[in-house]
Design a protein around this ligand. Structure first.
Ligand SMILES: Nc1ncnc2c1ncn2[C@@H]1O[C@H](COP(=O)(O)OP(=O)(O)OP(=O)(O)O)[C@@H](O)[C@H]1O
Length: 386
């Protein structure tokens, strides 16, 4: 077993050539849950291939996916109020996972207290780890019925999509991105204080440097993903021409420091910085029209799946790291043929996959060699014989 600092340092060093121990399929082999939503006490061993969670409405299927997502992100995909995730009347929730990558194993733990509200993260028994350490260990992609906001929601969803990739591909991204957000916050506060431009200029120079860096990384990553996305779109939406464009948040080729100076009076009047990387977008068009206006919900779901699969595939190709895929309500919005396509593409990804469904019949299209079915019933989860 590796010690934490070694493991963290190794992941931070992910450069063009990954260390040999990252090359194998990564999977969560065991998950222990205490007091997470309606899951009072769960202890499960998972297959490294497909894991199906079948149960009635309200039984706890999404809660299990949510707990896995929480372990990999330190937050929920459903609720921003963490205390609502803790089981009613309980003081805390605890998640404990075992992660395997053929020759190595990590033990990760996360506890959230109702009173203090802080999150305690442990990796291999050591305290003092950050959520970003967990996120590095557990690259995950989630596909839920709400996930269509990636396409029909605001640009923030698509920036988060790009930034997820950069977090895993570009070791310096997280620090640059945090610095950029901090400087923007400070600038916006200063804009409301009636300063002259001279007082802001020194910050703006620093801000512009980070803005150009982050935007360059985003543009390069968007371009690198294009081929993967187009490949999957040809499979999922052969009847539609999908085009992809990246907008950095301000006019291309314009120096950002100059733009900040030029826009200073306007920004001051409005009270915040109008243009910049905080406005970046990754846009999709179908037959040259906005996808949200012309695609059906099923087609939007397929496009969303194509984006998430492409991102996972790209990570695998570039860094030899496998994503874990969490798929809530696999069958919704998709006809038989499209379910088949998605199932096939997931099988080809050779990743660990968690899929929820109300009845086993919704999973007919999935026939992987390696799988485990779990029956979810009123907060209890039991493996079924395949
Ligand atoms: N903090 C909490 N404590 C206890 N139970 C909760 C808490 N939050 C939500 N629940 C309950 O947990 C149950 C499980 O919800 P979940 O979303 O996991 O169901 P599901 O099996 O995915 O259902 P569906 O098929 O309808 O999506 C629900 O009945 C919900 O009311």
């Amino acid at each position: 077993m590796r010690n934490t600092s070694l493991c963290r340092c190794a992941y931070k060093k992910l450069g063009s050539k990954p260390p040999h121990f990252l090359i194998d399929v990564m999977a969560i082999s065991r998950l222990i849950i205490e007091n997470f939503r309606n899951l009072a006490a769960v202890d499960l061993e998972f297959d490294h291939g497909f894991n199906f969670l079948v149960g009635d409405n309200g039984s706890g299927k999404t809660s299990l996916l949510e707990s896995l997502f929480y372990l990999g992100h330190g937050r929920s995909f459903k609720s921003t109020v963490t205390t609502r995730i803790i089981r009613y009347d309980q003081p805390h929730f605890i998640l404990h996972g075992q992660i395997r990558e053929q020759r190595h194993q990590w033990s990760v733990g996360l506890q959230k207290l109702r009173k203090e509200g802080n999150t305690i993260v442990k990796i291999n028994g050591e305290d003092g780890n950050k959520i970003s350490d967990l996120a590095h260990l557990l690259p995950m992609q989630i596909i839920t019925p709400d996930g269509l906001n990636l396409l029909n929601g605001g640009p923030a969803y698509r920036r988060a999509f790009l930034d997820w990739g950069l977090f895993h591909h570009q070791p310096e991204f997280h620090a640059a991105w945090s610095g950029l957000n901090r400087l923007l916050k400070q600038r916006n506060a200063a804009l409301q204080q009636n300063y002259d431009y001279a007082a802001l200029k020194i910050w703006d120079m620093e801000l512009a440097k980070l803005a150009h860096q982050v935007s360059r990384w985003r543009a390069d990553y968007a371009e690198a993903l294009r081929t993967e996305i187009e490949k999957t779109c040809r499979l999922f939406l052969p009847e539609t021409e999908i085009s992809i464009g990246f907008y950095q948040g301000w006019e291309k080729d314009r120096d950002y420091a100059q733009l900040l100076e030029h826009n200073f009076e306007r920004d001051k009047a409005i009270g915040y910085t109008v243009s910049g990387p905080q406005k970046a977008d990754f846009r999709f068009r179908a037959n040259n029209l906005p996808v949200e206006d012309v695609l059906s919900r099923g087609q939007l779901k397929l496009l969303m799946c194509a984006l998430r699969l492409a991102q996972g595939e790209h990570l695998m190709q570039q860094k030899n790291r496998h994503c874990i895929f969490l798929i809530d309500d696999f069958a919704s919005e998709l006809d038989e043929n499209k379910r088949q396509l998605l199932a096939e593409r997931l099988r080809n990804s050779q990743s660990q996959v968690f899929v929820t469904a109300i009845t086993p019949s919704h999973l007919r299209q999935m026939q992987p060699e390696k799988s485990q079915i779990f029956k979810v019933d009123k907060g209890t989860i039991k493996p079924l014989e395949n």
